[in-house]
Design a protein around this ligand. Structure first.
Ligand code: HEM
Length: 312
């Protein structure tokens, strides 16, 4: 069976993908594995209730042997995983990776991007301290009518816990598997005469870069361990989100609240429809300029919003 798996990995890929930008998908996969292991360890002590959550995270951080380290790695690897997925997406957008016949591969990639952000949002909420409660309230404003699915504030932690440790992992595994199978079927790039075998050449290259990312997560956990959790009910909350949610947070300040959720839906639809839109825009010189402009809006828009939010 192991030999069969290696055989399935031995397909040819263009030599030009032996570069760091093409290792980001593999890096995200390695970091996801780290999240599953550290997440299961955290789940063994975590209590998903409004009062149990901050108390148990406090116990994990201060009383359980190496709990601070496991939590620190889970936090740092989460940030690195989001960064890897965002950079992987930017590379795909700039490289026209959704061109026919790879439209469905693109759709599974957009699904994985959304799932990764959902992991980050639900995980941050699980801490359950004043900051997390404030950030969850802000995040729920972006969900529009879907907010009703979360129920009353007291029920949110339990529902987000089920999402974080059961629904999202199952969906991520299914989408990840479909993504990898489709990448294998259509090869990562077209028309390249000079090829290398995925196994061992590209697989080991990706594993090497992934191991580098894990080392960085461990270093962050050791050098900047998570702070003790403030369970005091009168603690002053700062709802400033993790760096990867700065763009929607800024959006909430700039547009009326009712418009924020529809705007995010439009952005998601645009991302899903991108391969078909791009194919149409490639038909004329003027349309090609429109495609470049749209790509710039999709990449630089969130970056500008994050910078504005970080600097104000
Ligand atoms: C099967 C996989 C996973 C399991 C079982 C799991 C489990 C948990 C548990 C029990 C907590 C609460 C304890 C705590 O806050 O320290 C937590 C927090 C968190 N999770 Fe996960 N998790 C998984 C995957 C992920 C992934 C893939 C991401 C991000 C991409 C992620 C991001 C986070 C974040 C940001 C926190 C808050 C960390 C903190 O400040 O303590 N998790 N997770």
């Amino acid at each position: 069976m192991a030999l069969g798996a290696v055989g399935r990995l031995a397909f040819a890929v263009p030599r030009e993908i032996e570069r760091y930008p093409f290792a980001l998908g593999g890096t995200a996969m390695v970091l996801f594995a780290v999240q599953v292991v550290t997440g299961l360890l955290l789940a063994s002590r975590y209590v998903p209730t409004p009062t149990g959550a901050p108390e148990s995270v406090g116990v994990i951080t201060q009383a359980v042997a190496f709990g601070w380290f496991v939590r620190g790695v889970h936090r740092a690897a989460a940030s690195l995983m989001v960064a890897a997925v965002l950079l992987h997406f930017a590379r795909a957008l700039l490289g026209g990776a959704g061109a026919p016949p790879r439209q469905v591969t693109w759709l599974t990639g957009v699904g994985l991007l959304v799932l990764t952000l959902a992991f980050g949002f639900s995980g941050y909420a699980l801490v359950g301290d004043a900051d997390a409660v404030a950030a969850t309230a802000v995040g729920l404003q972006l969900m529009g009518p879907l907010r009703a699915l979360c129920g009353a504030p007291r029920e949110v932690i339990g529902r987000l816990y089920v999402l974080h440790v059961a629904a999202l992992p199952v969906l991520a595994l299914a989408a990840g598997l479909a993504h990898v199978v489709l990448v294998r079927r259509h090869s990562p790039a077209e028309g390249e005469p000079d090829t290398i075998p995925h196994w061992p050449d590209h697989t080991l290259f990706q594993a090497f870069v992934g191991a580098g990312a894990v080392t960085i997560a461990v270093a962050i956990a050791l050098l900047a361990p998570p702070a003790p959790v403030v369970t005091d009910a009168v603690a002053v909350a700062s709802p400033r989100p993790e760096w990867y949610f700065l763009p929607p947070y800024a959006l909430l300040k700039l547009v009326p609240r009712v418009a924020a959720a529809p705007l995010l839906v439009v952005a998601c639809v645009l991302l899903c429809a991108w391969p078909w839109l791009e194919a149409r825009l490639a038909r004329g010189p003027r349309l090609k300029i429109a495609a470049v402009a749209l790509r710039a809006v999709l990449l630089l828009g969130p970056l500008a919003l994050a910078l504005w939010e970080a600097l104000t």
